[in-house]
Design a binder for this molecule. Structure first.
Ligand code: MN
Ligand code: MN
Length: 264
């Protein structure tokens, strides 16, 4: 069951309200990587979870995210408040919030898209869900960081720093929960991947790009049991197209180099 205590998880102070920043904050209220999405994702995953220890983890963090929702909603509302005072400039920061919402927060993102359950990643497979959660926390962290970058108000920055920090805390907890399941790396579900095929890296992007990008090698396609395989599409009789294309792009590059030399 849920219980509400009339106290914010973190005290919010706003020096100068900034309605435009208020609408940016809504990204973390009703946006794809926002607090409602996090709260719902972890809590519903928790309902589905039969591993009681990790169910407890999901419910703990899901509930904390609801408290974050309250903090970020309070912060956004403080910034939107000038809209309540018939301040035309403030209203122009977001006419929908000013006119339809009366300057209050609602479950929309920073450009007014409604919140949707499509934001949630709930698979019913604990390790897969934990991987989604690690990625979700990373996204929430970077969104808070950007909000901090666009904010000059010290009190707001202080609250955002708190919220941003907690996402790293959660990322750590989800990562360690996943590792403690003791699953072999790349082992997902019950059915084994096809031997051989699973270790083939398809070099599906070939040639040289205009930025000078070429075929890169690294631990993602070299060593570690990898077999580096020529593009399957090209193996099926279209090699000549590739050759023509690469000759063309090389001569185009040469022409460009000559042009540059001439202009320099
Ligand atoms: Mn959060
Ligand atoms: Mn979090």
């Amino acid at each position: 069951m849920y219980h509400h205590i009339k106290k914010l998880m973190y005290t919010v102070n706003v020096g100068t309200p900034d309605p435009r920043f208020g609408t940016m904050l809504l990204e973390q209220f009703g946006g794809a990587n926002g607090e409602l999405a996090a709260a719902m994702q972890y809590s519903v995953q928790g309902l589905n979870c039969e591993d009681l220890a990790r169910k407890d983890l999901l419910m703990d963090i899901g509930t904390e995210e609801l408290s974050h929702l309250e903090v970020v909603g309070t912060l956004a509302r403080m910034h939107l408040k000038p809209m309540k005072k018939k301040d035309r400039d403030a209203a122009e920061a977001d006419p929908m919030i000013a006119i339809a919402g009366g300057g209050g927060v609602n479950l929309y993102n920073s450009i007014g898209d409604p919140w949707t359950a499509d934001y949630l990643k709930i698979t019913g497979e604990l390790d897969v869900d934990l991987r989604s959660n690690i990625a979700a926390e990373a996204r929430a962290k970077i969104v808070y960081e950007r909000l901090i970058d666009y904010c000059e108000d010290a009190g707001s920055r202080d609250a955002l720093q708190f919220l941003m920090t907690r996402e790293i805390t959660h990322m750590k907890a989800f990562t360690l929960a996943l590792e403690s399941l003791g699953k072999k790396p790349f082992s997902i579900g019950r059915i084994s991947p096809t031997p051989g095929l699973v270790d083939q890296y398809f070099n599906d992007s070939t040639g040289q790009g205009e930025m000078g990008e070429t075929d890169a090698r690294g631990p993602w396609n070299e060593g570690n049991g990898w077999e580096f395989v020529n593009p399957p599409a090209l193996q099926h009789g279209v090699q000549h197209m590739e050759q023509n294309l690469s000759t063309k792009s090389t001569s185009a590059l040469e022409a460009e180099k000559t042009m540059r030399k001439k202009t320099a």
